[in-house]
Ligand binder design. Structure first.
Ligand code: SF4
Ligand code: FES
Length: 338
C-alpha cells in the first residue's frame, strides 16, 4: 500500500508546487484570492496521502473561526531506536552497586553491595530505585523529577558529584561491572545517600537572592513594566539556570576545608541579582560580597563549574563579582556603573 501511494504523492507534489507558484503569481497580479482554493485543496490531499502512507493519523478540529489540522504518528515501533544487539532480554547486564551508606547512629559510612539488572538506558537513580524496590527497602535516596530539574538527587558516583537521574550507569562502570555510589561529602549527611541542605540554603539566603527595589512596595506590586534589552537579559540569564542541586559546593575544595566560605552557588546567585538591571541594591550588594567568606574566599579552582549540570559557571560569576567589588571600591556607586 505504501509503495503504491508514494508515487502518487510524488506526482501530485510535482504538479502541485509549480501550479501553486503559477497561480500565486497570477493571483498577485489580478488580486483574485479565490484562485488559491483549488490548489490549496490539492496540496491538502497530497499532505493527507503523505501522512497516511507514513502511519500518521489526521485529526481535524473545527473551531469557531478556523480548522486546525493536527498530525500524530501512530504505531511507533519502540524497538526501532534500539540497536539489534541490545534489543530484548539479552541487552540487560547484571552489575554491582557499591553503595556507601551513611549510618546515622554510628555516624560513619558503611559499604553495601547490591546486584541489579540494568540496560544501556538505565540511570544511576533508576538502578538505586530498583534496589530500593526489590532488594533493600531501607535504602534512603532523595529524588523527585527524574529529569534533571528539581536538583534533589545529587550524590557522588565514582567520587564525582553528579545528578543520579542524569548519569548513565553503564557508562560509569569500574572493574568491569561495578559502580561506586556515595553521599555528597561537601554537605552534612543525614542517612544513606541523603544529605542536609540547611547550611546550603542559609548561604543562599545570605546573598539576598531577590530583586531589591528602592521603593519596597514594588517588590510586592510592580509599578511599571520593567523593560530589558537582550543585552540586559544576557548579563544574568546564564546564572539564573541554577537548580540548587549543591553539586558545585560538593566539588569546591575551599568549602570542604573552610565551612564559613559561602561557596559557589550562593556567590553565583549574588552575581545573578547584581547583574540584573531591575535590581537596585547596587553597592550595598557588593559590600556584602566584599569579605573573606564571600568572594575573597574563592581560589578559582574551577571545580564548581566543571561539576555544574546546568552550565551555570559559578567560578566565572565569582570572578566577575570580584571585578565589580574592586571597581566599586575604586570608582564609587556600583548601581551607577552597571
Ligand atoms: S550552580 Fe550549578 S552545581 Fe551549583 S547548585 Fe546551581 S545548578 Fe547546582
Ligand atoms: S530527580 Fe530531579 S534532578 Fe534528579
Amino acid at each position: 500500500m505504501k509503495m503504491a501511494i508514494l508515487p502518487i504523492l510524488t506526482y501530485s507534489s510535482i504538479i502541485a508546487v509549480p501550479l501553486f507558484l503559477f497561480i500565486y503569481a497570477i493571483s498577485s497580479i489580478v488580486g483574485a484570492t479565490y484562485m488559491y482554493v483549488p490548489i490549496e485543496a490539492l496540496l491538502g490531499i497530497s499532505l493527507a496521502i503523505f501522512c497516511i502512507s507514513n502511519g500518521m493519523e489526521i485529526f481535524v478540529y473545527k473551531g469557531r473561526t478556523k480548522n486546525i489540522l493536527r498530525l500524530s504518528r501512530t504505531e511507533v515501533d519502540q524497538t526501532k531506536s534500539i540497536p539489534a544487539h541490545l534489543a530484548g532480554s539479552k541487552s540487560t547486564k547484571t552489575i554491582t552497586l557499591n553503595i556507601k551508606r551513611f549510618n546515622s547512629k554510628e555516624k560513619q559510612l558503611e559499604l553495601h553491595k547490591y546486584k541489579v539488572q540494568v540496560d544501556k538506558f538505565t540511570s544511576v537513580l533508576t538502578a538505586l530505585l530498583k534496589v530500593k524496590s526489590h532488594s533493600d527497602g531501607t535504602l534512603s535516596i532523595r529524588c523527585s523529577c527524574n529529569m534533571g530539574i528539581c536538583g534533589s538527587c545529587g550524590m557522588e558516583v565514582n567520587g564525582k558529584p553528579v545528578l543520579a537521574c542524569e548519569t548513565n550507569v553503564l557508562k560509569n562502570l569500574k572493574n568491569g561491572d561495578e559502580v561506586e555510589i556515595s553521599p555528597m561529602t561537601g554537605h552534612p549527611m543525614i542517612k544513606d545517600l541523603v544529605t542536609d541542605f540547611d547550611d546550603f540554603f542559609s548561604k543562599h539566603i545570605s546573598v539576598d537572592p531577590y530583586l531589591d527595589r528602592k521603593n519596597k512596595g514594588e517588590q510586592y506590586a510592580a509599578k511599571e513594566i520593567y523593560n530589558q534589552s537582550n543585552g540586559d537579559i544576557n548579563k544574568f540569564l546564564p546564572y539564573s539556570y541554577c537548580i540548587m542541586c549543591g553539586l558545585c559546593l560538593d566539588a569546591c575544595p575551599v568549602v570542604n576545608t573552610n565551612p564559613e566560605f559561602a561557596g559557589p552557588q550562593a556567590l553565583s546567585q549574588g552575581y545573578r541579582y547584581y547583574a540584573d538591571s531591575r535590581d537596585q541594591m547596587g553597592a550595598a550588594r557588593l559590600e556584602i560580597m566584599n569579605t573573606p567568606e564571600m568572594v575573597w574566599g574563592c581560589e578559582f579552582a574551577g571545580a564548581c563549574s566543571d561539576a555544574c549540570p546546568k552550565g551555570v559557571d559559578p567560578a566565572g560569576a565569582i570572578q566577575l563579582l570580584k571585578f565589580e567589588v574592586i571597581k566599586n571600591s575604586l570608582m564609587g556607586n556600583a548601581s551607577d556603573n552597571k
